[in-house]
Design a protein around this ligand. Structure first.
Ligand code: HEC
Ligand code: HEC
Ligand code: HEC
Ligand code: HEC
Ligand code: HEC
Ligand code: HEC
Ligand code: HEC
Ligand code: HEC
Length: 458
């Protein structure tokens, strides 16, 4: 393992060293000596990292050939400020391949798909403006795209414009066309495993009304143990053993870390494919099993294994600290909550379908209160209930979940009744259309005309 690394580092370093000579490397003006003054924080963090200890220098990650997309001339060097997974993948091929087959690198594509076509509800899409050359699309730059990623590739050749850069969203579409950024969890320039193993690394994106995983986690017993005792755990070991190095799981332990026995023998390998232990797809309006390997883009999600196999992997994680009966029963309880939610959604969807069929809703999405309400039903309340059930957050299952679903249902029914009633109003109650009123108006009009004509005549 270690010797493979050394060979790869040596090879890559030689290639880049020769590249910088071609580019006219000026002795005395190295990346580090200059950047110690320009960006001292970066240099110090890099010195603290494992990379500095194994000779992975600035140019190894940033050095590119002049004709590569995203390359810029930089003080006699040719560099790329963006460091895509392709670069990391030269030395970390396993992690990169796993990351690539998860849903994470598709986050930017999902954002684009729904922004342009099906339209998600954000004010900006309804509210065109033009401020110093920025357009309404840019208003999501510090919102959606901070989590999902910008499309730098489409911005070429102006790869580093404020329209797309800086950005470290999970599914950033890089100048070289690759998807994603490793720095979303291991930030530059420490690239620390400890950081990524802690739940806060994930909580930057996995929070809020529609996917409050970090809030659910802090509320769970696991999170409470992490918050009270995590300070004394061993976060940096290569082989991270439940029970020895940590007492309760974090996001990473359940979704990514390996499963080992107490002697460190591997029973389930660690993975960067966060989709590979999920038996449910709990994001959509109706929860589905994860057998459906073809996603909306027609590419495979995860490794094509069945949902039962994926579930078995997660249950092996639990099995490090819990008995099979405990785990199986817990899954039964959580499955029941998901099925209950599915039934609830099916019921309110019928109301929407009927309204649409009879023409009580306009074809546009998000221009009527009913449409916001049913969106929140599945996208906010419904997700909270389902995620809470699977990650031990009782308050999210009940008060932020099923309670609000019940209230939403009552409100959706009342809205539907009102909409259907409203449509009849024009036929019966509008004054202009009442024959009596029309006759009266005509009569008064005639009187007024006669009156005016007579006054003129005087
Ligand atoms: C002579 C001084 C000097 C040298 C040598 C130098 N840099 Fe820089 N670098 C700078 C300055 C100044 C900036 C800030 C430019 C700006 O933001 O406009 C910068 C910015 C950068 C950026 C950020 C660009 C961005 O768009 O955010 C990267 C990445 C970078 N340098 C990497 C390197 C690497 C890698 C090397 C060595 C191959 C290197 N630099 C050598 C002075 C230097
Ligand atoms: C292991 C790979 C790696 C090494 C080694 C590395 N960088 Fe970076 N650097 C990155 C990544 C990743 C980013 C974030 C850009 C991105 O999201 O793609 C980055 C960003 C930067 C930026 C822009 C960030 C900012 O906050 O302005 C500068 C400047 C920079 N690096 C300079 C350096 C210097 C100087 C060194 C050497 C001391 C160095 N880098 C070593 C991977 C690396
Ligand atoms: C030239 C090869 C090379 C490149 C390119 C490279 N790395 Fe590394 N990386 C290494 C080596 C070697 C180690 C040390 C391995 C060890 O000690 O087990 C390492 C260690 C790491 C670690 C573990 C740190 C820890 O705290 O244990 C992470 C995370 C990491 N790299 C991420 C990245 C990311 C992200 C990129 C791209 C931005 C990248 N690496 C680019 C060679 C590389
Ligand atoms: C705070 C970070 C954040 C922001 C802001 C954000 N998202 Fe997300 N988004 C996420 C996370 C995390 C998930 C995955 C949730 C899950 O699996 O439970 C997600 C899921 C999605 C999905 C579902 C993808 C799938 O696999 O079906 C779409 C589509 C989406 N977001 C679009 C958007 C759009 C459009 C915006 C802006 C209106 C936006 N998001 C804003 C973090 C964010
Ligand atoms: C979703 C967050 C996340 C992203 C994105 C991510 N990592 Fe990691 N990475 C982790 C976690 C968590 C661990 C520690 C897993 C464990 O406990 O064994 C880790 C561990 C590592 C290690 C150390 C492995 C070892 O054997 O010690 C390397 C190297 C690494 N990641 C590289 C990468 C590269 C390269 C990318 C981009 C292709 C990347 N990571 C993207 C979360 C992430
Ligand atoms: C920079 C934002 C960001 C960070 C940090 C992040 N995620 Fe995500 N995550 C997302 C987005 C966005 C999605 C939805 C992606 C999609 O559907 O394409 C997602 C989806 C997921 C999924 C669902 C995958 C599936 O197949 O449905 C899991 C599980 C997940 N993330 C776990 C993690 C873990 C664990 C961490 C921390 C180690 C983490 N994420 C860090 C943004 C992030
Ligand atoms: C005790 C283990 C455990 C911990 C800790 C944990 N999760 Fe989960 N997570 C699960 C299980 C179990 C599921 C549902 C698995 C299934 O679908 O079979 C799940 C589902 C998810 C999903 C998928 C939602 C979807 O769209 O289908 C995301 C995203 C997620 N977790 C992120 C996180 C994040 C982020 C954290 C930390 C803040 C975290 N998890 C902590 C076990 C855990
Ligand atoms: C690293 C060890 C560890 C792992 C892995 C782990 N747990 Fe736990 N879990 C604990 C500890 C410690 C407690 C608190 C002691 C207790 O209640 O037995 C706990 C408590 C619980 C509880 C009781 C709290 C409650 O809200 O009802 C449930 C249920 C639970 N875990 C389910 C799971 C499931 C399901 C998984 C796998 C997806 C899992 N755990 C993974 C250590 C772990």
């Amino acid at each position: 393992m270690k010797s493979r690394y050394i060979v790869v580092v040596a090879l890559v370093s030689i290639i880049y060293a020769s590249m910088s000579v071609v580019a006219g490397d000026e002795p005395g003006k190295t990346c580090i000596s200059c950047h110690e003054m320009i960006t001292p924080g970066i240099v110090e963090q890099w010195k603290d990292s494992k990379h500095s200890k194994v000779g992975v220098k600035c140019i190894v990650c940033h050095g590119v050939l002049a004709d590569e997309p995203g390359a810029i001339g930089h003080n006699q060097y040719t560099i790329s400020p963006v460091v895509s997974p392709k670069v990391c993948g030269k030395c970390h091929p396993g992690e990169t391949e796993e990351f690539m087959r998860s849903l994470h690198p598709l986050a930017g594509k999902y954002y684009e798909l729904l922004y342009d076509k099906e339209k998600l509800p954000y004010l900006e899409s309804e509210w065109p403006f033009d401020y110093q050359g920025l357009t309404e699309h840019d208003a999501t730059l510090r919102g959606c795209q901070s989590c999902h990623g910008t499309n730098m590739s489409a911005a070429g050749p102006d790869y580093y414009s404020a329209e797309v850069w800086p950005n470290e969203g999970m599914g950033r579409i890089n100048p070289d066309g690759t998807l994603g950024t490793c720095a979303a969890c291991h930030t530059a320039h420490e690239f620390s495993v400890e950081e990524a193993r802690k739940p806060e690394a994930c909580g930057q994106c996995h929070l809020g009304p529609d996917h409050p995983q970090i809030e659910i986690y802090y509320e769970s017993k696991h999170g409470a143990i992490y918050l009270t005792q995590g300070g004394s755990w061993n976060w940096t070991k290569d082989i991270w053993i439940a029970g020895i190095d940590y007492r309760a799981p974090t996001c990473a332990s359940c979704h990514m870390s390996g499963v080992y026995d107490l002697d460190g023998n591997e029973k389930l390998p660690p993975t960067h494919d966060v989709s590979s232990r999920l038996s449910w797809e709990l994001e959509p309006a109706i929860s589905k099993r994860t057998d459906n390997t073809a996603n909306i883009f027609g590419t495979e999600i995860s490794d094509g294994s069945s949902w039962e196999e994926k579930r078995e992997r997660m249950q092996m994680v639990c099995g490090q600290c819990h008995s099979p009966t405990w785990v199986n029963n817990y899954y039964q309880q959580a499955d029941a909550a998901v099925e209950l939610y599915n039934a609830q959604y099916t019921e309110v969807k019928k109301i929407e379908d009927e309204l649409r069929e009879k023409g009580y809703l306009t074809p546009e999405s998000f221009d009527e209160p009913f449409e916001f309400k049913i969106y929140e039903f599945w996208h906010h309340e419904g997700r909270r209930a389902r995620m809470g059930a699977f990650m031990m957050g009782p308050d999210y299952v009940q008060w932020h979940g099923f309670y609000e679903l019940l209230r939403d249902k009552a409100e959706l029914k009342a809205m539907a009744d009102e909409l259907m009633k409203g449509d009849e109003k024009p036929a019966t109650n509008t004054p202009e259309q009442t024959p009596g009123f029309t006759a009266l108006a005509a009569f008064l009009g005639v009187l007024l005309t006669i009156f005016i004509l007579r006054r003129r005549g005087r």
